[in-house]
Structure formats: C-alpha cells, structure tokens
Design a protein around this ligand. Sequence first.
Ligand SMILES: NC(=O)C1=CN([C@@H]2O[C@H](COP(=O)(O)OP(=O)(O)OC[C@H]3O[C@@H](n4cnc5c(N)ncnc54)[C@H](O)[C@@H]3O)[C@@H](O)[C@H]2O)C=CC1
Ligand SMILES: O=C(O)[C@H]1O[C@H](OP(=O)(O)OP(=O)(O)OC[C@H]2O[C@@H](n3ccc(=O)[nH]c3=O)[C@H](O)[C@@H]2O)[C@H](O)[C@@H](O)[C@@H]1O
Length: 427
Amino acid sequence: MYKISVIGTGYVGLSTGVCLSDMGNQVTCVDIDEEKINTLKNGKSPIYEPGMEDLIHKNTKADRLQFTTNLESAVQNTDIIFIAVGTPSRDDGSADLSFIYEASKTIAKAMNDYKIIVTKSTVPVGTNKEIEDSISQNTDQDFSVVSSPEFLREGSAIYDTMNPDRIVIGYRDEQAGQTIKDLYKDFDTEFVMTTTESSEMIKYASNAFLATKISFINEMANICERVGANVEEVAKGMGLDHRISDKFLNAGIGYGGSCFPKDTKALINKAEEVDYNLKIVKAAEEVNEKQKLIVVDKLKEVLGDLEGKTIGILGLAFKPNTDDIRESPALKIIPKLLEAGANVKAYDPKAMENARKVLPGDVVYCSVSEEVAKGVDAVALLTEWNEFIEIEWKDISIKMNQAIIIDGRNFLDVTYLQEQGFRYICI
Ligand SMILES: NC(=O)C1=CN([C@@H]2O[C@H](COP(=O)(O)OP(=O)(O)OC[C@H]3O[C@@H](n4cnc5c(N)ncnc54)[C@H](O)[C@@H]3O)[C@@H](O)[C@H]2O)C=CC1
Ligand SMILES: O=C(O)[C@H]1O[C@H](OP(=O)(O)OP(=O)(O)OC[C@H]2O[C@@H](n3ccc(=O)[nH]c3=O)[C@H](O)[C@@H]2O)[C@H](O)[C@@H](O)[C@@H]1O
C-alpha cells in the first residue's frame, strides 16, 4: 500500500486516483477548482465516465480516497505524487506547460521529505528534465521525477486504466523507476522501462500514429467513394492483416478530442524546434481538418442551398460515452450549417450541457433523439452513441420533411434504413 496524491482531477487525474485507491492504496486527489472538489466530496463525478461514480463511492466509503484543494498538506502526507494537470495547445501549437510548472513549484515548496513525482500529463520531450530542475530550485529535499504517460481513452477510462496494453516508466533514478513498477505489480501487462526522453516520445509517437491511421483510412474512404469501392469492406480486408490490425480503421468525419489534435500540433512544433519537418503528421492534421466538414459538403450535394433548410444533428461529443466536446467535429460542422442559413436541431445523450456553453445560441436542443427528426430536411449523425442504433427509424421517416440520413460515422444499418425508405449517405 502506498500513500499517493494526484494533482488534477480531470479525465486522467480522477481515473488514476480512483483506480489507484481501488487497488488498495491511500489516495488524495487534489484540484485548484473548488467546484470540482466539492462535487467529488458529495460523491458525484464532475465528468461523465462509465463506472466512475461507483468507484468513487466504494473507495471513499472504504476511507482510501479523499478529495481536497489543499495541495501542500496532500504532498506532505504522501510519498508518491502524480501530476495530471492539463497541457493545452498554445496559439503556435506548442504545449502550454504553465499548469505543469505551477504544480511542480507548489509541490517543491511543500515537500517535507523524499518524494517521487510522477508525470502523467502528456509533456514534450525534455519536460521531465525541466520539471526536475524547477523542483530543485524550490526545495532542499531529496526527490526523483519519473515519467509515466497515460494511454487511456475517454469513455472507457476506468477499463483502460485497469487493463493497460503497457505501462511506460521513464526514469533517471533506478530505485524510483522500480517503485513505480512495484505500484502496478498486480497488473498483467508489459512494462517498458526506459529513459524519460523515450517515455515522453512514446506518448507523442503513439498518438501521432493513431491520428495518422485515422486520416489514412479517411483518405481511402474519399477515394473509395470516387471509384465505387466500399471503405468498410476495404478496412475489413486490410484489418485482417495482423500487421495492420482492424483497430482505428473506422472512416468518418475525423478525430476530435482533447488529445490527438493537441498532441499532433505539439509534436510538429517540437520537430520544428529541432529543425525537422514532420511531413506525415502535418498531412494527417490537414486531412483531418477537411474531413470534419465533409458532412456539410454532402448536405449541400443532396439539399442544394442550405438557406432555410432544417438539419437534425445526432451526437455532439467527440466520441461516444463521454460528455467531452473538446475539438469535436460537431463544433466545426454546426457553425458552418448556421452560416449557410440552415436551422439546426441537436441531441446528445451526455454532451448537451457542455455544447450549449460554446455553440451559437440559435441551436435548438432536443430532449430525445426522435425529436431531432421532426420537420427536418436531413439528419446528420456525428457521434456513434449506441442508443442511435435503437432508434425506431421506421416511425421517424414520416416525421421528416425529407427522409435523408448522413451517417458521419458509418455506424447505422444501411440495408435496414433503405428498407424504411431513407436515402442513406455515409463517408
Ligand atoms: N483526456 C484524456 O483522455 C487523456 C489526457 N492525457 C493527458 O493528461 C493531461 C490531463 O488531461 P485531462 O485529464 O484531460 O485534463 P483536464 O483539463 O480534464 O483536467 C486537468 C485538471 O487539472 C487541474 N489543475 C490545473 N492546475 C492545477 C494545479 N496547479 N493544482 C491542482 N489542479 C490543477 C484543473 O483544474 C483540471 O481539473 C494532459 O496532459 C492530457 O494530454 C493523457 C491521456 C488521456
Ligand atoms: O492521449 C490521449 O488523450 C488519448 O487519446 C486517444 O483517446 P481519446 O481521444 O480519448 O479517444 P479515441 O477513442 O482515441 O478517439 C479519438 C477520436 O478519433 C476518432 N476515431 C477513432 C477511431 C477510429 O477508427 N476512427 C475515428 O475517427 C474518434 O471518433 C474520436 O473523435 C487515444 O486513443 C488514447 O490512447 C490516448 O491516451
């Protein structure tokens, strides 16, 4: 059993803290956001993640998990400190590390004895060395910095944390690296013990590769459409080759989220810093930006001028099973539709509250998916929530002005929809 504090209670920090406590450790989760901490103290999760609230209840009840805004006392009462604060994009694409350095400085000033500081946040190569320097400037205590990047996906954060494909541990101090490995000793997984620089690069290279894989299949989809091939069959045929694998080969309206867009930009920026032109990742980004707006092009193709037309949007989150809308394609598509003079009705099972804060005010939000279809000229599916499969589509076509569906995620059953009289268009 280790005494651990986790700084930052976002998707990564909260999942890390909750899972480490569930593994039997004594965990204190810290955030500067008082509202988040109060929500957590009341047993509620500030983010939607399947299974999160149950684990919060279970582990707070067992006295293994607590929440505070008091970073100093959390640091003083624990031996291992995870940093899981945000590293958002700056205007030039580089990672904004101000939250990281602010947290490290506060940790350093609070330190009362030897601590291991573990960086979970995604940080550019060289940052862990900088964190080490920043901490030593602010304390006389002994400490070690370990890099252990996170690979969880939103929407399955708890499952991914508990069942990682690998755990990467980058260290300078062998003993500290082994302690972090020991923390995860019950996990049946591969451990990659490496330098902090390689560990930092593994995280960026993995995200850049996955983003590129998505852009690659999206480009294949665009060619398939022009030559009469079916991208889903092509992806299936490709994915059966174990060297390619069928994962992350779903064509659609491109990747969003808080990480692929931000991390590809930060990697390109880092490459520029060392005079290297990262052509493939740049191309992946460019393809993705275009891909997001393909739904608008397709709507124009079938409806002509969008002025005065009404479009129903199913799904606002950047992927299913999350309320996160950061960099969601919906945030690019909806303003374009409004600009073109269309009316927009929208529904998402979990992300409407977040979407309302950033989308233009004239979007009409519906309380159920069926309502989105009433009186619209086309429905566009932007997020593949499972509940959209269960929609009684046959009752819906009669409520629409025109029975047209643009499936931005190649998710719905084309044969069934065509039988119900829909004009079905996918990517
Ligand atoms: N969201 C994801 O799926 C994944 C994110 N990551 C990386 O993990 C890091 C965190 O990402 P998210 O959890 O999505 O961020 P987030 O934005 O959801 O949460 C960050 C939290 O840190 C808090 N914070 C900022 N400064 C603080 C300080 N000085 N003391 C205490 N709390 C502070 C904020 O109030 C916020 O609650 C990023 O570097 C991200 O790239 C890595 C893998 C997956
Ligand atoms: O660094 C991070 O933050 C995380 O980024 C991604 O996780 P996440 O963004 O939560 O979700 P993904 O499932 O990867 O989906 C990202 C985007 O790609 C899109 N996508 C995914 C797969 C696919 O085949 N096609 C596709 O368009 C999704 O719709 C979504 O918009 C990675 O999968 C995680 O391993 C990583 O830890």
